[in-house]
Design a protein around this ligand. Structure first.
Ligand code: AKB
Length: 319
């Protein structure tokens, strides 16, 4: 079989997606690529690992040829809060990096999966049950790069026939690798706070409602989308996918069911709040359900239970 390359393999999605792909398709068939961050022993030792910069054509093309890559899961990206602080870097990594990946994919006949995000929407988008196809005028740099990426992927499909596919992820929650600089990071940090200190100071207002997803559903979505029958895909590059939506107050109440003396308080980060306020409260993911059978397993209750069990084991804390 042609091999799979995962860029951003040391990141929040990449570290778990790589291991799932290795389990499914064989360790040697999945090449993990990181930028600077040290890979975990598990990631490094279970299959091929390479350091690359996706913005560098030679780095990418050499790896694709060396391993005879047929599919690229391109996850290397800068998240929303960091992108707001470093807009040029965000454009370079999120857009120029993707452009390079698409060009190398075109030359080597690879399929490409790349995530978009709820960040691709803005204040003029309908905020509730946001439709699959709607107004996209984001006001964050992250959103600008995500819309550009969606359109670039559409272009490579219609103009060159590259098999591009993508997902608009909501906030992703995981106990394995920490998120790095997103607006939705609070939904992971809150579990560390609850277990380590029985308290957490949230950077978003108590009633900020956002879509979220537990990582097992997130990585399953990427695999399922790439396995979907292409003739059924009408939307292709940016499927709305969600599994739950909640406010900081609501997730705190769910955690309290397991840790009754947990306390949440608020110290609003204006940059993150402005970004969160421009994103939908909830997305309509019926196109993903209809076109390739998207059906998440975890809701708020099930995710919270599983996060606490697994994170407490990882941190060696009982609750
Ligand atoms: C972020 O907060 O930047 C990401 C996202 C929703 O795309 N988690």
């Amino acid at each position: 079989m042609k091999k799979i390359l995962v860029t951003g393999a040391v990141g929040q999605i990449g570290s778990e997606l790589t291991m799932l792909l290795r389990k499914k398709y064989g360790n040697d068939n999945v090449v993990a690529a990181g930028h600077r961050k040290k890979p975990s022993e598990e990631l490094k030792n279970s299959g091929p690992f390479e350091f690359i910069e996706c913005e560098k054509y030679d780095d990418l093309t050499n790896i694709v040829k060396k391993y005879d890559i047929g599919t690229i899961h391109h996850l290397a990206a800068i998240l929303s809060a960091v992108a707001e602080a470093h807009p040029q870097t965000a454009w370079n990594v999120n857009v120029n990096g993707l452009f390079n990946v698409l060009e190398v994919a075109r030359e080597n006949n690879c399929a490409v999966m790349t995530p978009s995000s709820i960040g691709a929407f803005g204040p003029s988008t309908p905020q509730d049950k946001t439709p699959q196809v709607t107004i996209q005028r984001p006001t964050s740099m992250y959103g600008v790069t995500k819309v550009a990426g969606e359109i670039l992927c559409d272009y490579y499909f219609t103009r060159f026939g590259v098999d591009t596919r993508g997902l608009r992820y909501p906030g992703l929650i995981s106990y394995v690798a920490p998120p790095g600089g997103g607006t939705t990071d609070y939904s992971v940090e809150i579990f560390y706070g609850a277990l380590e200190n029985k308290k957490y100071t949230c950077p978003l207002k108590a009633d900020t409602c956002l879509d979220m997803m537990y990582m097992p559903d997130g990585i399953k979505a990427a695999v399922d989308l790439m396995e979907a029958d292409p003739s059924k895909l009408k939307n292709r590059n940016a499927f709305n996918v969600t599994a739950m939506n909640f406010t900081p107050d609501e997730i705190a109440a769910e955690i309290k069911k397991h840790i009754p003396d947990f306390e949440i308080n608020y110290d609003v980060d204006l940059v993150k709040q402005r970004i969160a306020d421009s994103w939908p409260n909830s997305m309509d993911d019926s196109a993903a359900r209809e076109e390739w059978g998207w059906d998440p397993e975890y809701d708020l209750e099930k995710m919270t239970k599983d996060m606490l069990i697994n994170l407490s084991k990882k941190l060696n804390i009982s609750y």
